[in-house]
Structures are given as structure tokens and as C-alpha cells.
Design a protein around this ligand. Structure first.
Ligand SMILES: [Zn+2]
Length: 266
């Protein structure tokens, strides 16, 4: 995905350059220097900016729906199993509904589903945890389910994919994801204490399935919180602001230039 983003930026920059050269070189481009041309230019700028905004605004929910569909297909493929008695007991203690046990060789727990967020756990993880640690995992995942975290993450991921030329958005999505993990841990720590949550975290796999809110995500910040360390605020680096501004200018200028070309050839 990171590679695709760089390819897109490269293509965009090439297109902007080629378009600029064409407009400067073609006789129609000279209309921009006249009074009438200036009016055309102002109109073009407004119309093109609106068009770009509309296209991006439509692409955002479409990308979110596509991501959700992919994740739904992935979840449908999971092999459900009957709920083990230890998990049923933990569901009763933590009053957690919508829990499924799935086949899997790695110790995993995650939350998936937009309309009915469900907690999924593998027997591998259930077997590794004692009763209180199992409660910790369920309380953590229940927090994600109650806040419809799968939907929020799909929407934010779609935004950072569509607006790939604004790296600041991706930075913000990652910070929000980390904060959601910390908040879910605080919900579990509030009822069971730091020690139990730390032990449960120790047993969970760190890999997140398809960007879903898994129990093993954002490890570094979560360990720091469990240890009671101060979590430093990390404002975005100046380079992020600069690249976001440069990316936005590149997209708008490319769109405006292309609009000039279309007007000139029509
Ligand atoms: Zn989580």
C-alpha cells in the first residue's frame, strides 16, 4: 500500500509537470494572460476544486464500503466452533454478548462487524488464559464493540487511503487507533487491575487481522500505560504538515491544469 501511494504521488507529479508544460506551450494557454482568460481561469479554479472535492467525497464512503466488504468476506470464511465452557463463564461474568469461538492456530481475539460488532477468539488463546485474564480480553473487546470500532477504523482507513496526499490524516488515524486501544485497556484495568491485563496481553498474538481491533494491537503504548508510565503527547512533525500542504497543492494544481487543457481542446 505504501508503495502504491508513492507510485500515485509520482504519477500525479509527472501529470502536473506535463500538463504545465502543455499549457505554457500551446497557444490556447495564452488565453490565461488576457482579461477574459483570467475570468475563465477563476471559473475553472472554482469548478475544478468543486469537482475534485465531490469526487473525493464520493470515493471516501465507497472505499470504506469496499474495506468493510473485504473484512466481511474474511470473517465469513472463519470456521465457527461451539463456545467452550470457560468462555461461556467469562461471558456471564463480564456480561458480554455476541462472542464467537473460531478455529485458528494462533492466540487471537478481535472485534469485527459493522451492524453487529462481534468478538472472535481462538481456542489457542482461551486455553492460555486463566479466568480473570479471559475476562480482561472480553472487557477490552467489548469496549471496542460498544463503540463500533470496526466501523470507525474502516471509515478512517478509507479517508487516509483516499486522501493519500495528506499524510497528516494517516498520522491522526494511527493516533486515534492507539487511543482506542488504550481506552479499551483502561476499561479492563478499571475492573481487573493492571497485572491481569498485562498478563492477558502477554499471551495474545501481536498480529492484527485485516486492520481489525485485535487484542494485540498498539503494544508499546499499552505496556507503558499498564506500567503507569507517563504517555508523552506526540504532536505531528513539521515535515508532516509540509508534505500534507505540498500534496494538497499538487492535487489541486494538477486538477486545475487539466481543466485548462480540457477547455483549450473543447
Ligand atoms: Zn483492542
Amino acid at each position: 500500500m505504501r508503495q502504491a501511494r508513492w507510485v500515485a504521488v509520482g504519477l500525479l507529479a509527472t501529470l502536473a509537470f506535463a500538463c504545465g508544460v502543455w499549457v505554457m506551450g500551446c497557444p490556447a494557454g495564452a488565453t490565461c494572460l488576457t482579461a477574459g482568460g483570467a475570468m475563465v481561469s477563476a471559473f475553472t479554479l472554482a469548478a475544478t476544486a468543486s469537482l475534485v472535492l465531490i469526487v473525493l467525497a464520493l470515493s471516501w464512503p465507497l472505499r470504506a464500503m469496499w474495506l468493510y466488504r473485504q473484512s466481511s468476506i474474511e470473517v465469513r470464511r472463519l470456521q465457527r466452533m461451539s463456545l467452550p465452557s470457560a468462555l461461556l463463564a467469562a461471558m456471564g461474568r463480564t456480561r458480554t454478548l455476541n462472542v464467537e469461538c473460531i478455529e485458528g492456530s494462533s492466540p487471537q481475539a478481535f472485534c469485527a462487524g459493522v451492524l453487529h460488532p462481534t468478538v472472535f477468539m481462538t481456542p489457542e488463546l482461551i486455553d492460555r488464559l486463566d479466568a480473570s485474564q479471559l475476562d480482561a480480553v472480553l472487557l477490552h473487546e467489548r469496549h471496542h464493540a460498544e463503540r463500533r470500532e470496526p466501523l470507525r477504523r474502516a471509515v478512517l482507513k478509507a479517508a487516509s487511503d483516499v486522501f493519500f496526499f495528506i499524510p497528516l490524516l494517516r498520522w491522526w488515524a494511527e493516533r486515534r487507533l492507539e487511543e482506542s486501544e488504550l481506552a479499551a485497556d483502561r476499561a479492563a484495568i478499571g475492573q481487573l487491575g493492571r497485572r491481569t491485563v498485562a498478563r492477558a496481553l502477554w499471551h495474545a498474538a501481536a498480529r492484527e487481522p485485516q486492520g481489525l481491533p485485535a487484542f494485540g494491537g498498539a503494544i508499546e503504548a499499552r505496556v507503558a500505560q499498564i506500567l503507569g508510565e507517563r504517555l508523552d503527547s506526540r504532536p505531528p512533525a513539521p515535515s508532516l504538515w509540509l508534505t500534507s500542504a505540498a500534496g494538497s497543492i499538487l492535487v489541486v494544481s494538477t486538477a486545475v491544469c487539466l481543466a485548462h487543457v480540457l477547455l483549450a481542446v473543447s
